[in-house]
Design a protein around this ligand. Structure first.
Ligand code: AHG
Ligand code: MN
Ligand code: MN
Ligand code: MN
Length: 335
């Protein structure tokens, strides 16, 4: 009996969790794991090979794409295409949704939304970056052309969500609606191994995570909450600590493990917030809720926000239950 459990073994073991399990979702998760290992290999060489810096192109978000944004996007799409379980890919790096048009994929039942590389601005300075994924069952009939109804689904329709963090070690964390489990890549065997079973967010935390450089543009409720975090009150362990990396995956991963709250509120530059609903906010909301935390836009549950367009943005308040509830109090009292 090996002392460890690989991602593949765990996925197969948990397959009985799905009523309609025919192994398709298991194979899809395996395909994502393979792409993560390939991207991880390239990130670990970054600096030694010509994979850093700008690609010289920009995406629909108006961001200049990094070479690694494009490389990661290509690797995940290639793995999904060859795996045959995915019929559509929504990606931060693709203007429109991508129909995986092949005879095997036309019968595929799953839609995958991807942020292939999150925290791109940090790549060149070696700060943790990640990949975020969200999985839905297709709504359109199999074999028929995939449609908007397949890609603009409510966050509550997700069947799985996860992220990879390429940091001091590389981890894959995911949920299929039965809790959250974390796997650490063991490079010596090239396998993700179960290292963080049943991850839960501490209900109370002492870390707040927000880009205070935008302070003057924040709504009053956010300003008042930040001041609340900074007030001396030993009974409630304040002042809290401030931590912000500029990579959503790294900030959320810390929040999941240590507790805390991550906030990306509206700013004058991003009136609806900066983070994208389909491939950043919804998957992270699913994971954090499954771990016992909370995720809203300051007022409304993230996963119940109507999805109207592919690259729709949302504010996000996510993390420890008590901290998000307190921040929402300030939002409803002052904004
Ligand atoms: P991406 O690299 O996928 O475009 O995402 C970047 C996001 C997210 O990772 C992070 O939380 C946020 O941008 C940081 O934004 P600011 O630099 O405006 O704080
Ligand atoms: Mn980007
Ligand atoms: Mn991102
Ligand atoms: Mn990205």
């Amino acid at each position: 009996m090996t002392a460890f459990k690989t991602l593949g073994q765990f996925i197969i073991e948990r397959q009985k969790d799905f009523p309609y399990a025919k192994g398709e979702l298991s194979r899809l998760l395996r395909d994502i794991g393979i792409a993560a290992k390939i991207v991880n290999r390239e990130i670990n060489k970054a600096g030694l090979v010509d994979i850093l810096g700008d690609a010289g192109s920009s995406n629909i978000q108006g961001e200049s794409q990094k070479k690694l944004d494009i490389y990661a996007n290509e690797q995940f799409i290639a793995a999904l295409r060859s795996g045959g379980e995915c019929c559509i890919v929504v990606s931060e790096e693709n203007d429109e949704y991508l129909v995986i048009d092949s005879d095997i994929s036309n019968e595929a039942n799953y839609v995958v939304a991807l942020d292939p590389l999150d925290g791109s601005s940090n790549i060149d300075v070696n700060v943790g970056v990640g990949t975020i994924f969200s999985i839905y069952r297709r709504k359109s009939d199999t074999g028929k052309h995939s449609t908007n109804e397949d890609v603009l689904q409510l966050g509550t329709e997700q069947v799985a969500a996860g992220y990879v963090i390429y940091g001091s070690s590389t981890m894959l964390v995911y949920t299929t609606g039965k809790g959250v489990n974390g796997f650490t890549l063991d490079p010596s065997i090239g396998e993700f191994c179960l290292s963080h079973p049943n991850m839960t967010v501490p209900a109370a935390g002492t870390i707040y995570s927000i880009n205070e450089g935008n302070y003057i543009h924040f709504p009053d409720g956010v300003k008042k909450y930040i001041k609340y975090c900074q007030v001396e009150d030993p009974d409630t362990n304040r002042p809290y600590t401030s931590r912000y990396t500029g990579s959503m995956v790294a900030d959320i991963h810390r929040t999941l493990i240590k507790g805390g709250i991550f906030i990306y509120p509206p700013t004058t530059g991003a009136k609806k917030g900066k983070l994208r609903l389909i491939y950043e906010c919804n998957p992270m909301a699913y994971i954090i809720e499954q771990a016992g935390g909370k995720a809203s836009d300051g007022y409304k549950r993230i996963m119940e926000i109507e999805v109207r367009e592919l690259h729709q943005r949302s504010s996000i308040f996510i993390g420890s239950m008590d901290m998000v509830l307190k921040a929402e109090e300030f939002m409803s009292s002052f904004s």
